[in-house]
Design a protein around this ligand. Structure first.
Ligand SMILES: C[S@@+](CC[C@H](N)C(=O)[O-])C[C@H]1O[C@@H](n2cnc3c(N)ncnc32)[C@H](O)[C@@H]1O
Ligand SMILES: Nc1nc2[nH]cc(C(=O)O)c2c(=O)[nH]1
Ligand code: SF4
Ligand SMILES: [Mg+2]
Length: 218
């Protein structure tokens, strides 16, 4: 059984795949926060910009098995695109997708000709057969997944020096300015200034903007 908060067809907004048409599958639940505002201050991850509680979002629900969920997700691509010439792409996120993403679901999406990406906080191992791994470390939580395609660090985080991650086995290193008030227009320019300054001084790191928020899409 899989619990999905929401699923939608959009453009990947962040990181090296920014701008790419994607089916997003947002799983319910996370291991670093309950998702309840009353618990936020004492959570292991305190700055989350996402509602991942329940299954009541667009195209959300409970799915009995991998075939049912894969069919549901594949239909989101087909119903909204003329897919000729473009590789199908699904992004599993959450919440923390690795609490639920498993080999049968990966196999079912590959069987439907999708390239598979995951957005994870890095505290759980990524199964083999994921095609694009994005790890976004959170504070002092132990990092288990130390290799992948992109390491995308929300910045600044108290006590977290990007240098800590710069020797890990990733192809791309991104700093993403923290959105301090998700859902409202950003008026605090300090996170952006901090990221720009760091990337200028450490060219291994590049700026990742949350371009979907700029574009006004999901
Ligand atoms: C909501 S998380 C879900 C996936 C996974 N749990 C994780 O943390 O990577 C998706 C992406 O949004 C980023 N993110 C969450 N809250 C943010 C915020 N307030 N500002 C900027 N990025 C944020 C995360 O770091 C992660 O890269
Ligand atoms: N468009 C868009 N791109 C994204 N990249 C990562 C996201 C996430 O919440 O995991 C996200 C998201 O929520 N929307
Ligand atoms: S780990 Fe990811 S989903 Fe969980 S609270 Fe942090 S940003 Fe949100
Ligand atoms: Mg998001």
């Amino acid at each position: 059984m899989y619990s999905v908060k929401e699923a939608f067809y959009t453009l990947q907004g962040e990181g090296a795949q920014s701008g790419r048409a994607s089916v997003f599958c947002r799983f319910t639940g996370c291991n670093l926060w309950s998702g309840r505002e009353v618990d936020r201050a004492r959570a292991q991850c305190t700055f989350c910009d996402t509602d991942f509680i329940g299954t009541d979002g667009q195209n959300g629900g409970r799915f009995a098995d991998a075939e049912a969920l894969a069919t549901h997700l594949a239909a989101l691509w087909q119903s909204t695109s003329n897919s000729a010439g473009a590789r199908r792409y699904v992004v599993f996120t959450g919440g923390e997708p690795l609490l639920q993403l498993d080999p049968p679901l990966l196999e079912a999406m590959h069987a439907r000709d999708f390239e598979i990406a995951v957005e994870t906080n890095g505290t759980l191992p990524v199964p083999s057969d994921v095609d694009w791994i994005c790890v976004s470390p959170k504070g002092d939580n132990a990092l288990i997944q130390t290799r992948g395609d992109e390491l995308k660090l929300v910045h600044p985080q108290p006590g977290v020096d990007p240098q800590r991650f710069s020797g890990l086995d990733f192809t791309h290193f991104f700093l993403q300015p923290i959105d301090p008030a998700p859902g409202r227009i950003a008026t605090d320019r300090a996170p952006m200034a901090s990221v720009v300054d760091y990337c200028l001084r450490h060219p291994q790191w590049r700026l990742s903007l949350q371009t979907h928020k700029i574009a006004g899409i999901d």
